[in-house]
Design a protein around this ligand. Structure first.
Ligand code: ATP
Ligand code: MG
Length: 721
């Protein structure tokens, strides 16, 4: 561990843009930094540099962020930089500390009200008061809605209008939600408790309404830093304004392209408007990506370049600083189990090749997608940890459903087809075929139970084989009892405690984190974007989620989806956010400017499958290869060498770069497939009629064993291109 002591040393290891952010004069500073550009490094270095040069005292700094983990990371880095004593906290922790400290003065001796750590219990009571019966999931959705309103500074009386304006997908009639909200506020007061938003408001009120408190806060905190500023909500911004009290020593860092929490009330508007609100602000842009390979960065740029809307205005094109790495893997599978199995197999091979399991992550849109991966990883003996969510079989609704299924083995006739029996049993615990609105707890519960229905369908498709004698066996349909035993077996396997494992996480909970290898799965329309993203803004937020996912990868990136949910199921389309993937298959565009321009999205793409594993290939280089880059190669090295030499000579004679003749991927495909006839040649992606005419004869001769000298008479090269 290197502990820098001087302010000059802090500047070492920073690039020029980072350095200008670090050395900007006192006053408003806005760092617009893309993913992986070293935002935390820049802001911690700025604090350390100012402290070590004697410009400020670390005791006067308040650095805020949004998760306890991020705050701890900030403190750690500040310590490494030699700037101890800085308060680095979440908004909540900072406010709570201040409210506790000033409570005796603010409350004139009365005890501080108890702080609710969850709204659910009181919301349930409030809902009952206004005639709404709610289960836990419905109460969680209502609590989430009230949280959104309070974070957005919306009072119960303004809720209906504000919800309509914000196009909220409300869990009940907006007027009903407003009633619950009102009742909840009353219940809180009569119970003498406050919630988290009240606590932030109390901090604002204390500072603004009590001159001595305000004065003390102002003399204690003089320099403010906010990380992930695109995630600030109006209530937190209100608190920040109270802290500042008109002063302007504020450094904010954010990336509008990573705004993915709008549904909770967060808004990038404060980041986007920062330079306008602070006319004299120093604005610094960081675009050098130190986290990911240029291949990963290229895909991230391609995805976000399609973004529209406010957040897109501040979009920055990242430039990858790391050495090149593998191309992102893009795959389509027939169904979800096949997708999960392939992911598990790839995890296995990465781990076998030396990547620590904890440096791998599988990221999905909704937590319910986790089950398929938990199962596949379990079967592949790959350890994993589920982040920010319970393991599938530990979820309350899944445990309840398993109890209900076991009970149903006694009440439902044994000959009932398994899927029907499971639907009947789950209907009894409140499951229905129609999905509740997305994004809420009711929806998550529904998805978890639906995953069980899907499992039953898959399981029913694999009849039990019963041995009846030495060499004979019969197939019998699986029963509900078989299914409950199967579930129990899976649950038991998943209970094995693991320390170091592959991370299974939702895209939302992956923000700010990084791994060597990242699998982005389930990238189908309806999942990403979710069918519930209806407005342009909601769809854009889904696009940013994919961007956040891509930019988590340091080196290996895998993107996949399954054409159907279960074997033989209804076909799905790939996520609309993936059009940048090379749909031309890498073949030359023979349009030549003649004729009307074809609409690219209308272009029919020939399906190219991996000749080793059968996966559909999307990326140009993979399509040329005719196999996934990770599938084993059966290349003829000697032929490959001759082809390379021949290509070099041809390119030299034509005075063009080698790849204009044939790309590396095409050469590898040739050396692997050894085409014997023109039809086989043209079947290789990357070889169109033009190149067949130019080089077909030579290549076939080389494959047949000819030497480079034999096929390189000068006249071959006299071609105008
Ligand atoms: P995100 O938007 O995902 O939160 P970030 O901008 O906060 O990303 P960091 O996590 O701070 O990025 O940095 C990404 C990685 O790049 C880290 O591993 C960090 O140590 C490294 N890094 C940052 N700046 C430099 C630099 N100038 N030279 C070398 N490595 C750097
Ligand atoms: Mg960060």
């Amino acid at each position: 561990m290197v502990v820098h002591s001087g302010s000059e040393q802090v500047l070492a290891g920073l690039d020029p843009e980072q350095r200008s952010a670090v050395t900007a004069p006192a006053g408003p500073v806005c760092i617009l930094a893309g993913a992986g550009t070293g935002k935390t490094r820049a802001i911690t270095s700025r604090i350390a540099h100012r402290a070590l040069s004697g410009e400020i005292s670390p005791r006067h700094v308040l650095a805020v962020t949004f998760t306890a983990r991020a705050a701890a990371e900030m403190r750690h880095r500040l310590t490494l930089l030699g700037a101890q004593g800085v308060q680095a906290r979440t908004f909540h922790a900072a406010a709570l500390r201040q409210v506790r400290y000033f409570a005796p003065r603010l409350l004139a001796g009365r005890a501080m009200p108890e702080l609710l750590d969850s709204k659910v219990r009181l919301v349930t009571l409030a809902a009952a008061r206004v005639g709404l019966r709610t289960d836990r999931a419905a109460a969680r959705d209502l609590a989430g809605e009230i949280e959104w309103a309070k974070s957005s500074l919306v009072e119960p009386t303004d809720y209906v209008v504000a919800a309509a304006r914000a196009l909220r997908d409300t869990p009940h009639e907006p007027t009903k939600v407003a009633d619950v909200f009102t009742a909840y506020e009353q219940l809180k007061r009569s119970n003498g408790v406050i919630d988290f938003e009240d606590m932030l408001r109390a901090a604002v009120w204390g500072i603004e309404e009590h001159p001595d408190v305000g004065e003390q806060i102002r003399s204690q905190y003089r320099h403010f830093v906010v990380d992930e500023y695109q995630d600030v909500n109006p209530l937190q911004q209100r608190l920040l304004d109270a802290w500042l009290a008109g002063r302007n020593d504020l450094t904010v860092v954010g990336d509008a392209s990573q705004t993915i929490y709008s549904f909770t009330g967060a808004t990038s508007a404060y980041l986007v408007d920062f330079p306008r609100r602070h006319r004299n602000a120093t604005v610094v842009r960081l675009v050098r990506d130190y986290r990911s390979t240029p291949q990963v960065v290229g895909l991230a740029n391609a995805v976000i370049s399609q973004a529209r809307g406010t957040e897109a205005r501040l979009r920055l094109e990242l430039s990858g600083q790391r050495p090149p790495g593998p191309e992102p893997d893009l795959r389509i599978f027939t169904d979800e189990p096949a997708e999960a199995n392939a992911v598990a197999a790839r995890c296995r091979s990465l781990i076998d090749a030396g990547t620590p399991a904890k440096e791998i992550a599988v990221l999905f849109r909704v937590n319910a997608q986790s089950e398929a991966y938990e199962k596949a990883l379990t079967e592949a003996a790959v350890p994993y940890v589920v982040q920010g969510a319970e393991r599938f079989f530990e979820r309350t609704e899944v445990r309840q459903a398993m109890v209900a299924l076991r009970a149903a083995t006694r009440s439902i006739p044994g000959e009932t087809p398994l899927p029907a029996a499971v639907v009947e049993a789950l209907t009894a615990v409140g499951w229905a075929p129609d999905a509740p609105p997305a994004g809420g707890a009711a929806r998550e519960r529904w998805e978890a139970l639906s995953a069980l229905v899907q499992l039953a369908e898959e399981y029913a498709a694999t009849p039990e084989v019963v041995p009846i004698g030495e060499a004979a066996s019969v197939e019998r349909p699986v029963t509900l009892t078989d299914f409950t035993e199967e579930l129990a077996r899976r649950a038991a396997q998943q209970h094995v405690p693991t320390v170091d494992g592959v991370t299974l996480a939702s895209l939302h909970s992956a923000k700010g984190l990084e791994w060597d290898a990242v699998f982005l799965v389930g990238l189908a329309e309806g999942t990403l974007p979710t069918t519930y993203a209806k407005t342009v803004e909601q769809v854009e937020e889904e696009r940013r989620l994919l961007y956040v996912g891509i930019t988590r990868a340091r080196e290996w990136l895998w993107l996949s989806y399954a054409a159907a949910r279960s074997p033989g199921g209804r076909a799905r389309r790939p996520s609309r956010f993936l059009p940048q993937l090379d749909r031309s298959g890498g073949t030359e565009r023979a349009t030549g400017g003649a004729g009307p321009a074809r609409r690219p999205e209308r272009r029919r793409t020939q399906i190219v499958s991996c000749r080793i594993c059968g996966a559909t290939l999307l990326a140009g280089p993979d399509r040329k290869l005719g196999r996934c880059p990770t599938c084993p190669s059966d290349i003829d090295d000697e032929l490959h060498e001759r082809l390379r030499e021949w290509r070099q000579r041809v390119a030299g004679a034509q005075k063009v770069p080698a790849y204009v003749v044939f790309t590396d991927a095409t050469l590898i495909a040739l050396a692997e497939r050894r085409p014997g006839r023109s039809e086989e040649l043209i079947a290789i992606a990357g070889i169109g009629p033009r190149k067949l005419g130019l080089y077909g004869e030579s290549v076939l001769a080389l494959v047949a064993g000819a030497g480079v000298d034999d096929v390189c008479p000068e006249k071959t090269f006299e071609i105008s291109s």
